[in-house]
Design a protein around this ligand. Sequence first.
Ligand code: ADP
Length: 416
Amino acid sequence: MADVVVVLNAGSSSLKFSVFAQDAEGDKPICRGQAEALTTAPRFVAKDATGNVLDERSWGEGVPLGHAGALDHLVAFLQRRLAGHRLVAVGHRVVHGGTEYRRPIHIDAEVVATLQKYIPLAPLHQPHNLAPIRALLEQAPELPQVACFDTAFHRAAPTVSQMFALPKSITDRGVLRYGFHGLSYEYIASVLPQYDAQAAAGRTVVLHLGNGSSMCAMAGGRSIASTMGFTAVDGLPMGTRCGSLDPGVILYLIDQLKMDTRAVEKLICQQSGLLGVSGISSDMRTLLASEAAGAKAAVDLFAYRIQRELGSLAAALGGLDAIVFTAGIGENSAVLRERVCRGAAWLGLQLDDLANAGGGPRISAPGSKVAAWVIPTNEELMIARHTRRLLGAVTGDHAATPGATTGASMARSTAS
Ligand code: ADP
């Protein structure tokens, strides 16, 4: 009977999942999928490791399935799919671990209460992350759960890089530069030695460029600075988020344009970034394929801001040995990578055009002072690894897994 770990990533309108079989050699993905558009036109799809569809369902327009309905459907699917497997734990992606959590943690009621305190720090994500945790705690209390935080990887960064220049009384309330995408950066740090031992031990900037985009300066595999701050809106422009903004703009929106907080939130989180600038789309593929002036302006601004941040993070590192591109845009867009690398020529980066067109992994020219790599990220695998490590849930180590359960029994209890 194979041990499996389920990884859940609950967003504002989606519930993504991955299932990993675990043995002494590591974690192997056996299926993954998502329930999405949960409040509008819900869809569920699950695929095996080679991309074959295992299960698919649509609920149609106007059927608000919600997170609870999605979890029920997922549990029913897992019950069928994992029959004969032993579900040892569920690992969750949780956006905010606040100042408290510097590493993943085994979840109990006390942890949930602490994480609840961080909802005001991440109101758009944290409540959704906590929803399946609470549901599973209630319905399958014997099932071990682990929380893995997007903030944790950055918690050991120097104090100066975590601070805003605000009065101490505000800083003491936890108003800090937390940084996000930590699971992605941690994964890259974990595999970088296989690609470039010198960079892994040295100074590297990782560019996580997706719908959400950020960059992280790593010294010896540890985060020392990142572009995201108190929230995941800061830093680079993103699909629909504005990135860094003069705080005076917010005051102007409120005072002069009479926008209330929710309207400002919608503007900076959902209507800005690539979508807002282009007026066309938040999707980089669409923008790169478009001849429209707005699309060009959005791509130009994205590339320009990356270039500026790269200089800033290289300065924080005191030099640069390598850069790593990852996530949807970073892994797939040779055009964007080329623009970033050309803009980094002053740092000593020379691009290998052919290697870049081929997707890497090494895309810098031989002899380039700064190396450039394309490395696919894998946040889910990072969560599975943490979950296994924390619970000792490897085959042959069952005694260390309190209350390990089968997929079927978890499904029965969660479906009840
Ligand atoms: P998320 O932050 O939602 O996980 P992803 O990492 O999947 O996002 O990245 C999504 C982005 O990647 C979108 O802007 C998409 O257009 C972009 N992308 C995916 N493939 C390509 C490609 N071949 N060329 C350019 N952009 C791409």
